[in-house]
Design a protein around this ligand. Structure first.
Ligand SMILES: C[S@@+](CC[C@H](N)C(=O)[O-])C[C@H]1O[C@@H](n2cnc3c(N)ncnc32)[C@H](O)[C@@H]1O
Length: 294
């Protein structure tokens, strides 16, 4: 059984999507929770916890919050919930007010790159889940020494590393691609100055384990920078249920310090989230797996 996801990002989506479901037909609390889960079932091949499992208590609280606003009403007998006229208007407003849902991966990537503007040329950077080298190549062109790794975990990614190598011929030896899983990559003697990741954490089978591996691959004082989907209503408008494979802001905020990262910053770039965290120069390390958020 999947664990229920919670926090403001999930709640905000839930309240919107309940209105969508009730706009189509009346449903009981249980039917709403089941429908939510079955619509996000496309995430299961990536990771079973990527399915949006909603607990009954969580669904009930969302419904009572919506009822307080006058947007839904409980119909008795039968215990079915229905949408009100005000609820329909609220739904339309949320959709109209939603910012441009076009893909904002490029601006999010620029934000990540901007965090590296003071990095020494020649810094050693690991790109985890590099795919065909989208980010690794940009960084090599900036003068960094880059290792791009990909586990080839999916059908679409099993040849990525070969394709990345073919595209990397002009990068003057600053760029290397290897097929590897981040949890099995040996640590270079002094560790990486930076570990980056573009739209890959949501693809990981076990994000907390991978983030812990990233922590150990960094040199003390090194930084982890990631771009991934924004979880919540805005993320949903752009990426559909797929956005729920990513970690929400609340989950990042819980997980990163539990692993030992500090100086954590997050930037919302439309429907993407950029995460910036440091492995302290010295200090503790706590295992995150106990409080795994994903
Ligand atoms: C959606 S692709 C992103 C590719 C590229 N970074 C981009 O932005 O276009 C995510 C990649 O992460 C890789 N991946 C998933 N889990 C991984 C792991 N544990 N170690 C290394 N790569 C992994 C997958 O094979 C996939 O190619």
């Amino acid at each position: 059984m999947a664990t229920a996801r919670c926090g403001p990002s999930i709640r905000e989506f839930l309240e919107y999507y309940v209105l969508v479901l009730l706009d189509a037909k009346r449903r009981t609390t249980r039917e709403l929770a089941d429908e939510m889960e079955s619509r996000s079932a496309e995430n299961r091949p990536f990771r079973s916890s990527g399915v949006l499992h909603v607990g009954i208590r969580q669904m009930e609280s969302a419904l009572y919050r919506l009822a307080d606003q006058g947007w839904v009403r409980l119909r008795l007998p039968g215990g079915q919930w229905g949408i009100t006229g005000a609820g329909r208007r609220a739904r339309r407003e949320m959709e109209q007010k939603s910012p441009d849902a076009s893909d904002s991966k490029q601006p999010a990537t620029w934000k990540l790159m901007a965090r590296l503007k003071n990095a020494a040329r020649g810094s050693y950077v690991l790109d985890v889940g590099t795919g065909e080298g989208f980010l690794a190549r940009k960084l090599a062109r900036r003068g960094f020494r880059v290792l791009g790794i990909d586990s080839g975990a999916f059908d679409y990614s099993k040849d990525s590393i070969e394709k990345a190598r073919r595209g990397a011929r002009s990068d003057n030896g600053r760029l290397e691609f290897r097929r590897a899983d981040v949890t099995e990559l040996p640590r270079p003697r002094r560790g990486f100055d930076y570990v980056v990741s573009s739209q890959a954490v949501h693809c990981m089978k076990d994000p907390p384990k991978c983030l812990e591996a990233i922590y150990h691959l960094l040199k003390p004082g090194g930084r982890f920078l990631a771009v991934d989907f924004l979880v919540g209503r805005e993320g949903f408008f752009a990426h559909g249920f797929h956005c729920f494979l990513a970690l929400s802001r609340e989950e990042w905020a819980e997980l990163l310090p539990a692993i030992g990262f500090d100086d954590i910053h997050m930037y919302k770039i439309k429907n993407y989230l950029v995460v910036n965290a440091r492995r302290p120069s010295s200090g503790r390390h706590a295992s995150a797996t106990a409080s795994a958020a994903a």
